[in-house]
Design a binder for this molecule. Structure first.
Ligand SMILES: [Zn+2]
Length: 493
C-alpha cells in the first residue's frame, strides 16, 4: 500500500485472497464477455505501477452496475470489490487472484489521471511458442510485424480476419481473428486497419496457440484485442530481414462437430447430449426421470451470501459479496452434483438451493446448522433419500458452461404421476458430450400396462422458452445468478 493525497491505496501487485478491500486506483484497459458466459463480464485493470489484475462482474445486475460506472480507458478509484480465487476458464492473466466487482462496488472517476499506462502486454517470443503449446500454459500476448491481412469466409455471416505476422528474424505465424474480435470496434479498429497500406507493427492480447498439421497458429479468444501501429523507419529495418514466404495455412475452424437436433420437439437426455451447446444457452426445458447418484467430490453445499445466491468470500475477519457488501457470517446453501437418468441415458446436473430444497424438503441451513451435517464432503442421509424418486426436473444450461460440456442446473423439481423406472442402472458418466448411453427401458422397467385407466408414459416434455426478455425482473435476476462457478468450489472455513 502507498498513500496519496486522499488516503491509502492498494497496489495490484500485493492483492491477495481475504484482502480487506482497501481502494485501488486503476485504468480499465480491456473488457469482454467470455465465450459461453453471457452472465460474466471481464475487465483488465491496470494500476499506475503497470501491474494488472482481471476483474469479473457476475450476473446481469452487477454487470449493469459496472458498465454504467466504468468506461474503457478511463481511470477510477474502486472501493467495495471482493478478492476471489482465479476462475481458470475465464482467466487471461498471471495474477494469482481475480477481483469481483458488482453493485457493492463504488467506482469514482479520476478526473485527471497521471501516469497510468494505456497498454499491458506480456508478449512471448516465437521460439517459445511450441513449448507453451505443449505445456498448455494458456493464452499469450504476441507482438510482430503484420505482413499481410485478408478476410476469409466462414460458415457464419462473419468473415475471419487472418493476419500473417513476422518476428524480427522473419519467422511468420498466422493470427486468426474471429468474429468475437473483429465485430467490436473497441477490440480492433477496422477503419485504421484498412487504411494501413503495407506492413505495420501489431500486438494481439490473449490469443490461443493451436497446432495445425505441425504448424503453430494463433487464434483470437473472447478476450483478444488487436493494437496496430503503422509502419515507421524502425519497422522498415525489421522488414528488411523478413523472408518472403507463401502462406500455406489453411483456414481451421473447430466448429460443427456436433449435429444440431430439432430442439423444439421431443427430446431426451440422449438428444440433449447431442445438441450443440450454443442452442441450449438461455433456455429452459423439462426432463422426467430420477436422481440415480449424488456426487460428493465438490461438496454438497457452499457458503453463500445471506442476501443472494453468490458465493461468499472471506474478507479480513468478515465475509463479502460483490453485490451486497460485507457481512459477519455466510449462509449454507445447497450445491449438489447429481446424476439424473431417464430411459434414454443419464447426465450430471447441479441442484442449487431451490431445486435441492424442494427435493429434500428442508432448507440447507437446517441440515448444516440444526442437524449438524457440517462436512461438505459427506452427503447426509436426508439428501441420499432423494434417489430413485420419479420427478420432473426443470433444467437450464449453466452460464458458466465450458465448450463441449453440458453443465445443467436444476431450477425446479415437480412431482409427476406417471410410472417411471425407479432405478436405472446408469454407468458412471462424464459430463462431456460422450455418446449417449443406450438404456433400453424394457430391461430395467416393468412392463407398462396400456389400459385406459393408467396414463401411458408420455414423451418427455420439452419447454423451450426464450429468456432474454425476462431478465429485468427481480426474480429473474436471482435465477440468472444461480450460484458460483461449480468448477472452483468454495470450501467452508
Ligand atoms: Zn450477495
Amino acid at each position: 500500500m502507498y498513500s496519496n493525497n486522499s488516503g491509502e491505496i492498494q497496489k495490484l501487485e500485493t492483492l491477495q485472497l481475504k484482502g480487506t478491500g482497501i481502494p485501488i486506483e486503476v485504468r480499465v484497459i480491456r473488457r469482454w464477455t467470455p465465450y459461453l458466459r453471457p452472465n460474466d463480464r471481464c475487465y483488465i485493470l491496470l494500476d499506475v505501477e503497470g501491474y494488472a489484475v482481471q476483474a469479473v462482474a457476475h450476473g446481469q445486475r452487477d454487470i449493469r452496475h459496472v458498465e454504467k460506472n466504468l468506461d474503457l480507458l478511463s481511470c477510477y478509484r474502486i472501493n467495495g470489490y471482493v478478492c476471489t480465487a482465479v476462475d481458470t476458464y475465464m482467466n487471461v492473466m498471471t495474477h494469482p487472484i481475480h477481483l469481483l466487482i458488482g453493485t457493492a462496488a463504488v467506482m469514482t472517476k479520476i478526473p485527471e489521471p497521471e501516469g497510468f499506462p494505456m497498454h499491458y502486454f506480456q508478449p512471448r517470443v516465437y521460439a517459445d511458442l511450441r513449448q507453451i503449446y505443449d505445456r498448455k500454459e494458456g493464452l499469450i500476448d504476441y507482438i510482430g510485424v503484420m505482413e499481410k491481412k485478408e478476410f476469409v469466409p466462414t460458415k457464419t455471416p462473419h468473415p475471419m480476419l487472418q493476419l500473417t505476422v513476422a518476428n524480427s528474424s522473419g519467422r511468420t505465424i498466422s493470427v486468426s481473428l474471429w468474429k468475437e474480435v473483429n465485430q467490436f470496434p473497441e477490440r480492433v479498429n477496422m477503419e485504421e486497419l484498412n487504411n494501413i497500406d503495407g506492413p505495420a507493427l501489431i500486438a494481439v492480447s490473449s490469443v490461443r496457440i493451436k497446432d495445425y498439421r505441425g504448424r503453430l497458429q494463433l487464434h483470437s479468444t473472447a478476450a483478444t484485442y488487436l493494437y496496430v501501429k503503422p509502419a515507421s523507419p524502425t519497422i522498415s529495418l525489421l522488414l528488411d530481414r523478413i523472408k518472403e514466404r507463401e502462406d500455406e495455412l489453411e483456414n481451421e475452424h473447430g466448429e460443427g462437430t456436433l449435429v444440431a437436433v430439432d430442439i423444439s420437439s421431443k427430446i431426451s437426455i440422449a438428444e440433449l447430449q447431442q445438441t450443440e451447446k450454443d442452442l441450449l444457452i438461455g433456455r429452459a426445458f423439462t426432463v422426467e426421470g430420477s436422481v440415480t447418484e449424488i456426487h460428493s467430490t465438490t461438496g454438497w453445499y457452499y457458503n453463500a451470501c445471506p442476501k443472494c445466491p453468490k458465493a461468499a468470500n472471506e474478507s479480513g475477519p468478515e465475509w463479502a459479496c460483490a453485490s451486497d457488501g460485507r457481512f459477519p457470517a455466510p449462509r449454507p446453501a445447497y450445491r449438489v452434483q447429481a446424476t439424473i437418468a431417464d430411459n434414454t441415458g443419464a447426465m450430471k446436473v447441479t441442484f442449487f438451493d431451490e431445486g435441492a430444497e424442494s427435493l429434500v424438503g428442508k432448507p440447507c441451513s437446517e441440515l448444516v446448522i440444526e442437524s449438524g451435517y457440517t462436512d461438505q464432503s459427506i452427503v447426509p442421509d436426508p439428501l441420499q433419500e432423494i434417489k430413485g424418486k420419479p420427478k420432473a426436473f426443470h433444467l437450464e444450461m449453466q452460464t458458466n458452461a465450458r465448450p463441449g460440456r453440458l453443465n445443467m442446473t436444476v431450477s425446479a423439481v415437480e412431482e409427476i404421476d406417471i410410472t417411471l423406472p425407479l432405478s436405472i442402472e446408469a454407468a458412471p458418466l462424464t459430463i462431456d458430450a460422450a455418446p449417449a448411453l443406450q438404456l433400453k427401458p424394457e430391461e430395467t422397467a416393468p412392463p407398462q400396462p396400456r389400459s385406459s385407466s393408467i396414463a401411458p408414459v408420455t414423451p418427455v416434455k420439452i419447454k423451450f422458452e426464450p429468456r432474454a426478455a425476462e431478465k429485468d425482473g427481480p426474480k429473474r435476476s436471482l435465477k440468472t445468478e444461480k450460484g458460483p462457478d461449480e468448477s472452483r468450489p468454495k470450501r467452508g472455513k
